[in-house]
Design a binder for this molecule. Structure first.
Ligand SMILES: OC[C@H]1O[C@H](O[C@H]2O[C@H](CO)[C@@H](O)[C@H](O)[C@H]2O)[C@H](O)[C@@H](O)[C@@H]1O
Length: 614
């Protein structure tokens, strides 16, 4: 494949998602869930690994957009003979999963080529394909069944399903591809036009709840729609991205599977949801969290499957050559077995923000706190793999310790809030003392007086963008000399070509060879810091730079290569989109999320908390 990551747009049904290229090819689709095997894997290989392309037979110009406030994609093709649009969407799941493509003639006539290659098991298994009638084909391999409904004639050729048809102005041709379990009868065709109306209504109901954000409403709305599309609706779990192994370096080995729910990414996503007043989603995720960590919360993992599964064994797919030859393609994620201390702080912070926002206390919050916080008391002095999930061995990462402080600090504050009758005094004191102990250790061992800066890990001589959380969480005030020194050193060492690296891969042994692009979320965190420092012009410039990276339909990958001007890493990524929402809010509100998180002030939002849906 020669496409770029930014050539793709997302469609999804809130249980899985597909990536549609500008050339009309759907190159990525896992069924029936985000983390199931792919039936279209051309994204990570070639067309023989599965794809569904409908594109003009002649030379064309292309432009595309989402229908406003929805995840319904419209790609318009202009040829010498006419103009036509393909409307791509997946109706929100109601039993079976459908991809629908409506080809609409707008002007003159346009001739289209049709090429469907179905390959189950990540692009490997060729199915049995049967013609049921002139308009229906089925494909079966193992547990999977796909049913294609087509208004035009198609034929089989070299294990592809092919055809050629012409659409004239005013004509609409609806195609659908429906997935079901192969032991069940093929589902009856659904009316594509009726599904289009329902799908549009679903997304408009959701996106119309997004408040106006001074000058950034469209970016924020696109981001919140993307985050919703990454939410597995039946359970409330949120995947970090719908893809695996889109590379952090073209041709490199930094290729990871993001189709799982990280406590970190999901928790921060939920904070962004709550900042916009989406409390239903926050509640659904909190339920997911409570179920997932159940049993013994001290065995909390850093990530789970969408339904809370714990086994995410990592393996490599030898038959896929990788996006632009970036191998290996990985499934599963070994980081699931890592110790990462920060997750305790993120979860505690989210639970506190949920309480502040007025979400009724969850009956198990107390039990979670009584188990997890004492567990953290035992382990916070141990080294861990950190927010970046390094594979170069555990270290005493400063960010991890800061987030351990956040966990104790927020636990103490929540206990304080519940302490009207004095029953929690002992816990308040114990957790406050623990927070103080972490604070003292970090200030002593995580700060390098010679550099005048906090450092990536105890004793290191390098900085890391995650240190920006020192002021962002309220660990130290923004005008603390040590914080100012840290920000200055991050700007000097990690701000490259206008974007922020998470760390310098030449100076940090992260256990993986090669280098990577700038991490978009880190660039946005620096913009948040500038706002706290009242460097508003610099904040806006940095924000606008990231904003300009969004592709033509408003989507962001994890990373960006400013030299080549291309996106890198899994796509679209929750982390990048949630960071964009937070910075947009920080820029547009007098007291945005960064300030609120740092000092506990109530937010001056367009939607007063008292009026937010519970
Ligand atoms: O770069 C090394 C690590 O990359 C992945 O982790 C990153 O993605 C996570 C999900 O968005 C995010 O929570 C984490 O902070 C990022 O570093 C990958 O999952 C790891 O296995 C890999 O070691």
């Amino acid at each position: 494949m020669t496409s770029r990551i930014e050539d793709y747009a997302l469609i999804g049904d809130c249980e899985t998602a597909a990536l549609v290229c500008r050339d009309g090819s759907i190159d990525w689709l896992c069924l029936p869930r985000f983390d199931s095997s792919a039936v279209f894997a051309a994204l990570l290989g070639d067309e023989e690994n599965g794809r569904w392309r409908i594109n003009p037979s002649e030379e064309y110009e292309v432009s595309r957009r989402y229908r406003p406030g929805t995840l319904v994609l419209e790609t318009e093709y202009r040829t010498k003979t006419g103009r036509a649009t393909i409307i791509d969407f997946m109706p929100p799941r109601d039993g079976v999963s459908d991809i629908m493509r409506i080809v609409v003639g707008e002007e003159g006539t346009v001739e289209f080529d049709f090429d469907l290659v179905m390959r189950f098991d990540y692009g490997r298994s060729v199915p049995w394909v049967d013609r049921i009638d002139d308009h229906t084909l089925t494909a079966v391999a193992g547990p999977n069944l796909l049913v294609l409904h087509t208004p035009v004639d198609l034929h089989g050729e070299d294990m592809h399903t092919k055809g050629c048809f012409t659409v004239s102005a005013g004509e609409r041709l609806g195609f659908s591809l429906t997935h079901n379990a192969s032991h069940l009868p093929p589902p009856a065709p659904r009316d594509a036009e009726a599904c289009l109306k329902d799908t549009e209504a679903f997304w408009i109901e959701f996106s119309s709840r997004c408040p106006e954000i001074d000058g950034f409403t469209e970016d924020v709305r696109r981001s919140i729609i993307t985050l919703k599309a990454l939410t597995f609706r039946p359970t409330g779990g949120i995947v970090a991205a719908p893809t695996t192994s889109l590379p952090e370096e073209i041709g490199g080995k930094r290729n990871w599977d993001y189709r799982y729910c990280w406590l970190r990414d999901a928790t921060l996503t939920l904070m962004a949801f709550m900042d916009l007043g989406y409390y239903e989603e926050a509640e659904a995720w909190r339920e997911w969290l409570m179920r997932s960590v159940a049993g013994n919360p001290a065995q909390m993992q850093i990530m789970y499957g969408v339904a809370g599964e714990r086994e995410l064994v990592e393996w490599e797919i030898p038959w896929l050559k990788g996006f632009r030859e970036s191998a290996p393609v990985r499934v599963g994620n070994a980081a699931a077995g890592q110790h990462q201390l920060d997750i305790f702080g993120e979860v505690a912070d989210m639970l506190m923000q949920a309480r502040k926002g007025g979400l009724a206390a969850h009956p198990r919050t107390g039990a979670l706190g009584r188990t997890v916080i004492p567990y953290l008391e035992q382990i916070w002095r141990q080294p861990d793999s950190g927010i970046w999930e390094v594979r170069g061995g555990p270290r005493h990462f400063v960010h991890s310790k800061v987030m351990a402080w956040v966990a104790f600090d927020r636990a103490a504050r929540m206990a304080e809030d519940m302490n009207d009758d004095g029953n929690y005094t002992e816990l308040v004191e114990r957790w406050r003392a623990e927070a103080d102990a972490v604070h003292a250790e970090v200030c002593e061992q995580g700060f390098d007086a010679g550099l005048g800066s906090f450092v990536q890990s105890y004793g290191a001589k390098v900085v890391d963008a995650s240190l920006l959380f020192i002021p962002l969480t309220g660990f130290l005030p923004i005008d603390d000399e040590r914080v100012e020194g840290t920000i200055a050193l991050i700007e000097k060492k990690l701000l490259k070509d206008g974007f922020v690296l998470r760390y310098d891969t030449d100076e940090t042994d992260d256990g993986v060879e090669g280098s990577e692009g700038a991490f978009l979320a880190c660039s946005l965190w620096l913009a948040d810091i500038y706002i706290m420092q009242e460097r508003f012009d610099e904040a806006r410039t940095l924000f606008e730079r990231v904003r300009a990276v969004q592709n033509d339909v408003g989507l962001l990958a994890e990373e960006y290569d400013p030299k080549e001007g291309v996106m890198l890493g899994n796509f679209p990524q929750a982390f990048s989109h949630l960071a964009l929402i937070v910075t947009a809010l920080n820029l547009s509100r007098a007291v945005g999320p960064a300030q609120k998180r740092a000092d506990g002030k109530e937010e001056e939002s367009e939607t007063p908390l008292s009026e937010m849906p519970r």
